[in-house]
Design a protein around this ligand. Structure first.
Ligand code: KG4
Ligand code: ZN
Length: 342
């Protein structure tokens, strides 16, 4: 079967990432996956500053491409096609990676592929596997999206439910901010929750109507805010000793809803496989709860390793490889789209 080598760039937010992936439609191997994180730069501002992000992408990109090629022991002329994230994400950040990949494609006279970031997350549980994309119910939980999909095969995705307000990762980040924890909030809440009691506060589980697979996390966020003010009427700010129970109870409310709706969706389908992807899926408590529920209900669970859960370029290269081997490529005037739908 035909094999190809793809170099992909991911620059949709605050991580500059380059990966080189080689394989055929079934089996792939990550030859290199480099990430240059800007977290320290944005932390003092409490979130991502777009202008700083794009400047740092352009500084980081060139040396990172050389590093990825060296790691894979390849020259740029060994690459069969160049790919980059087209969206969703920050326009000024997307433009840097998208334009750089086009430039490399032009310079080497190779094809260019413009890739959807969410398709990357969605298929990340199949990277470095040996059976291609298998039918599954997919929970995608990132900073910008919370979705349940029916994935039939590569390119065939049916959206079953999504968040009607905040994404799960966004709720983590906003609650962390309320609690005075640094950006990004997800890992901080997970760490702080470890010593807390998840039953300390009975925060709302917004299930909406039974059979409805949409999510809502803004009520939960407001409930945490009220509890902080009730506990601290004078200052409105949580005390350090209050943080573990608040974090553990918030996290449990998020996990209960994510797990319950995913299992419901899987039961309503005829599928036996569940996948989970996106930044929030590196949360250890969520992984444990989903694995436990899948075992109880006899579903096979595929989750990618933690370093492929958060933003990376291997997932972009994986989608690009699938497209390239099917004969697809993008035009050189293909544009980015900050709101690109899946
Ligand atoms: O997929 P991702 O890296 O970027 C987007 O496409 O949004 O996801 C980032 C989100 C952030 O909201 C971050 O707080 C959350 O994933 N996150 C976590 C954890 N690690 C990252 N949420 C909960 N627990 C974690 N360990
Ligand atoms: Zn992402």
């Amino acid at each position: 079967t035909q094999k190809a080598t793809i170099l992909a760039i991911e620059s949709s937010c605050d991580e500059t990432a380059i990966a080189i992936l080689r394989g055929d439609l079934m089996r792939t191997e990550i030859l290199s996956s480099e990430i240059s994180s800007q977290i320290e730069i944005h932390r003092e501002h409490g979130g991502v500053v777009p202008e700083l992000a794009s400047r740092n992408h352009s500084l980081a990109l060139r040396p990172l491409v050389d590093k990825a090629l060296a790691e894979a022991k390849l020259s740029i002329h060994d690459i069969d096609a160049f790919a980059a994230t087209a969206g969703p994400g920050l326009a000024s950040s997307l433009l840097i990676g998208h334009t750089a990949a086009k430039a490399m494609a032009v310079a080497t006279k190779k094809p260019f592929l413009s890739i959807n970031h969410m398709e990357g997350h969605l298929l990340s549980p199949f990277i470095a596997g040996d059976r291609g994309v298998l039918p599954n119910i997919s929970l995608v939980v990132s900073g910008g999206h919370t979705m349940i999909l029916h994935t039939q095969e590569f390119g065939s995705y049916q959206l079953l439910g999504k968040s009607t307000d905040d994404a799960a990762g966004e709720a983590y980040d906003k609650v962390a901010k309320m609690l005075g924890l640094p950006y990004p909030g997800g890992p901080e809440i997970e760490k702080t929750a470890k010593t807390g009691n998840p039953d300390a506060y009975n925060f709302p589980r917004s299930m909406l109507k039974k059979g409805n697979l949409d999510f809502s996390f803004s009520g939960l966020k407001t409930a945490v805010l009220y509890t902080i003010s009730e506990l601290n009427p004078e200052t409105g700010r949580a005390l350090p000793e209050q943080l573990p129970d608040l974090c553990a109870s918030f996290q449990q409310a998020v996990i209960d809803v994510l797990v319950k709706k995913t299992i419901q969706a899987a039961q309503a389908s005829k599928l036996t496989r569940i996948t989970m992807s996106g930044g929030v899926s590196c949360n250890g408590a969520l992984r444990d709860a989903m694995l436990d529920a899948c075992q109880r209900h006899s579903f096979q669970l595929d989750i990618c390793s933690k370093h492929l859960s958060t933003d990376n370029a291997a997932m972009i290269a994986y989608v690009a490889l699938q497209k390239f081997l099917r004969g697809e490529q993008s035009k050189l005037d293909a544009d980015i789209d900050p709101n690109l739908p899946l």
